[in-house]
Design a protein around this ligand. Structure first.
Ligand code: S3P
Length: 439
């Protein structure tokens, strides 16, 4: 299971990446396709669904609430929607594994149901901050009991018909908080509006619109009411740019590389990684731009380049929030200094990504200094050594990519959670030219 610490990756140093691949479906959109498909009237067909532990936690949660869901088979899922008011009380607590998106979005959606339920998760998820959703939900009239320090398990008391719409100015830029409140707003009296301090991923708003549910957007504010219904639709989930990011960095730092990543979602609220790498001098071409089901998609061609250290513009932080672990590896291979600020959110992800990456990069000989809200990295020669991913999928994959420029083998501990977002990572990395094995 996800909490297993016994999967160890061993990466042999050097190599280049070449070839054309399609990485698995977008995690954020896969979660939302199940949530909205379940609440829709009619049958929703999803293609490109991410068959990984996080998205499966959401899928199983809806099965446990009486929704009939077929698949995933080759990325295809069929959701027999039960309508906005058709969910049934689950018989047991809903176990959401490592998945922050499942827990935060579900807490909003479940706050307005006619039944009580309990949301649990693994050790990492049960140590992550949940007050950021339970506090604004309480202002809407929700009743959610957390642990003393504001963490899960969350005991949600069903408040059907008793939630009140409100306006909320989010203190942090978080798509999970925004989405949680919009989903609660579907069950609240009057209007619910959320203003974000900086743009965050807008898949919830786009997908709600795709299901025909009225949601409006003016500037930084999204608005919703309970006067709407979801009508089943077909969803084609593009490849996850957060998974593609490992190869965007890998092909940039490994000499003689040329990789094309097909059918990647390039929603502008997600493309910070491309902008940051380009500022560092990366050679990334965005080809065949097209729109698929309300989301922009393209093929990304990336070739080796000598990267330069930069001061990462703070406005790009929420647009690349999941890509910093691998961007730290890019910075380690860049000429000069890279400085990240304004990214304290990284400390409350699946692990403390600032500390875990700084510790690991230091073990590998890189001058990487953690700061309270970011990191200062001086590019240098990556060495071999043994690092600990702390059970975080993205740090595990990032340290693997570092092997492309290492002078010795890298051993990475606690890698089982790569299965939460990208079970095919090793196979695809090997296919492109990275020598990574499980020991
Ligand atoms: C997500 C939003 C982000 C991101 C997470 C997925 C989503 O979290 O880090 O992996 O699907 O809404 P925050 O919005 O809390 O930054």
């Amino acid at each position: 299971m996800s909490s297993s610490t016994n999967v160890i990756f061993q990466v042999q140093p050097g190599g280049s990446l070449n070839g054309e691949i399609r990485v698995p479906g977008d995690k954020s959109m896969s979660h939302r396709s199940i949530m909205l498909g379940s609440l829709a009237d009619g049958v929703t067909h999803v293609t490109g669904f991410l068959n990984a532990e996080d998205a499966m936690c959401t899928l199983e949660a809806f099965r446990a609430m009486g929704v009939q869901i077929e698949g995933p088979v080759n990325g295809e899922v069929t959701v027999h929607g039960v309508g906005k008011h058709g969910l049934k009380a689950p018989e047991k607590p809903l176990y959401l594994g490592n998945s922050g998106t499942s827990m935060r979005l579900l807490s909003g959606l479940l706050a307005g149901q006619p039944f009580d339920c309990v949301l649990t998760g693994d050790k990492s998820l049960e140590s992550r901050p949940m007050k950021r959703v339970t506090a604004p939900l309480a202002q809407m009239g929700a009743e959610i009991v957390t642990q003393e320090n504001g963490t899960a398990p969350l005991h949600i008391k069903g408040k059907a018909g008793k939630l009140q719409g409100m306006h909320y100015d989010m203190p942090i830029a978080s798509a999970q908080v925004k989405s949680c409140l919009l989903l609660a707003g579907m069950y609240a009296e009057g209007e619910t509006s959320v203003t974000e301090p900086a743009p965050t991923r807008d898949h919830t708003e786009r997908m709600l619109a795709g299901f025909g549910y009225p949601v409006t957007r003016d500037g930084a504010t999204a608005r919703i009411t309970s006067n709407g219904k979801l009508t089943a639709t077909n969803i084609d989930v593009p490849s996850d740019i957060s998974s593609a990011a490992f190869f965007l960095v890998g092909a940039s730092i490994a000499p003689n590389s040329d990789v094309t990543l097909k059918h990647v979602g390039i929603n502008p609220t997600r493309t910070g990684v491309i902008d940051i790498l380009r500022l560092m001098g990366a050679n990334i071409e965005v080809l065949n731009e097209r729109e698929v089901g309300g989301e922009p998609v393209a093929d990304l061609r990336v070739r080796s380049a000598q990267l330069q250290g930069i001061n990462i513009p703070e406005h790009l932080v929420p647009l690349a929030i999941d890509e910093f672990p691998v961007l730290f590896v890019a910075a380690s291979c860049a000429e000069g200094q890279t400085v990240l600020t304004g990214a304290e959110e990284l400390r409350v992800k699946e692990s403390d990504r600032i500390q875990v990456m700084a510790d690991g990069l230091q073990i590998l000989g890189i001058d990487a200094q953690a700061t309270k809200d970011g990191m200062v990295i001086n590019g240098g020669q990556i060495g071999g050594g043994e690092v600990d991913s702390h059970g975080d999928h993205r740090t595990a994959m990032s340290f693997s990519i570092a092997g492309l420029r290492a002078s010795g083998p890298i051993t990475i501990k606690d890698c089982a959670n790569v299965n939460t977002s990208f079970p095919e990572f090793r196979d695809l990395a090997v296919k492109l030219g990275l020598d990574v094995s499980v020991i």
